[in-house]
Design a protein around this ligand. Sequence first.
Ligand code: NAD
Length: 483
Amino acid sequence: MVEKLKNYIGGEWVDSSATEYTPVVNPATCEVIAEVPDSPAADVDAAVSAAKEAFWEWRTTPVLSRAQYMYRLKALLEERFEEISRTIVEENGKTIDEARGEARRGIESVDFAMAVPSLMQGYKTEDISSGIDETAERQPLGVFAAITPFNFPMMVPLWFLPTAITTGNTFLVKPSPQTPLSMQLLYELLDELDLPEGVVNLVHGGIPASTAVMEHPDVVGVSFVGSSAVAKIVYETCAKHGKRVQAQGGAKNYIAVMPDANMEASIVNILGSAYGCAGQRCLAGSVVVAVGDAYDKLQEELKDRAAKLRVGMGLEETTQMGTVISESARERIEGMIEEGLKEGAELVLDGRGVKVEGFEKGSFVGPTILGGVKKDMTVAQEEIFGPVLSMIKVDSFDEAVEVINNSRYGNAASIFTSNGRYAREFKYRVQAGNIGINIGVAAAQASFPFGGQKDSFFGDLHGQGPDSIDFYTDRKVLIERWY
Ligand code: NAD
């Protein structure tokens, strides 16, 4: 019998009142490793009530004391680092090294939250008018929630929870039902911290739980990460219910390569960007836009090297690329490759039908390259979220910028060049929130906001960095005169 996961509400592990449970599947073995409840609105209501109840005492706890919990959390995360990394691999299918990278990035967000006592300071101007002083002070707002995706099951919730609670709010996570085990483990660690009951809560589930979060009158704000279609729903629903919302959506990330680029560095970075986490990063390079002569050199080398990547079970240290998340994801990705071929793309490297010895049931898609792609083809426009790289040839830098800006997404874009003018123009003109100059994966460190434009982001204050302090606090203004 596999474990039926519980929710964590008011400082206790409690059974969900769900009638339906969904199997959680290890995508490399196809084994069921847990069952996750499809929690109904009543469970969300219980969690929000607990969080609301805890708010006032927590908000009046000195900020330095609140920050101390982050030091203890960091110590526990370091102690259990390997176990966390293995859990990520088991439920998500990425490689153990990628999982360690994810855990490390998550810990960096805990580090950031330790600085909240300084970061949440307000500001004051004396004599804003004769004898009148004016102050803006930051105050927490109440109960916040995060609704998070499958692809970084540990790191993404950690973008939000540490800062939200250290600024004095209480919190609820609704993780992806495809990968709930990382949060199960994080909440075991949070439980060891002896936080006041109700400060942190976990409710598993899918759309009913998300909807209850978005519509709950006592939730003041929602941080969402996932696909664009859902991000838009979350943005609209939360706005309709009067909440703060930051909704990070899907992506189609382009990598421009100029003929003057360092080709070896470009190739290594493109391989890492396109095939890292089996292409299931929101920052994954998905389309190479090669200018002039760069195209032929790149296509040949990328094909040779991508074909040699060792695809396999993520826990084996020699594996270079793991699985995609599920059988249905594999079918969808293979369907999109087929669609690209129908639209006239050339099959340079075919990753369909890959079998891994010992893991014959695993959801593997090998590295794939589609050549001769045109800017309006589906594979150049739609998010594939798998290890499929499309290659477009253009004649000039200006045409490369035009192709990139033709996308409805604007998460990340990179350029490989040795020319400073192209680098600057690229940063200046390309409509994407995270720009890489000779960098394959432009991932913001925790003290910077995680960018995103167009359909890749709905809201104004981004996750992480100073934006997160603004998102989780209100600037209350005090104007005073004393007679
Ligand atoms: P998803 O949109 O399917 O699910 C994300 C979360 O929303 C899950 O918790 C899910 O249960 C919930 N959800 C699903 N449908 C819903 C609905 N109709 N109403 C309310 N909630 C709903 O995304 P996913 O497949 O888990 O994750 C992959 C996607 O996330 C990709 O598109 C990827 O680009 C994106 N992503 C973006 C970023 C970023 O920072 N922009 C980071 C990571 C992943």
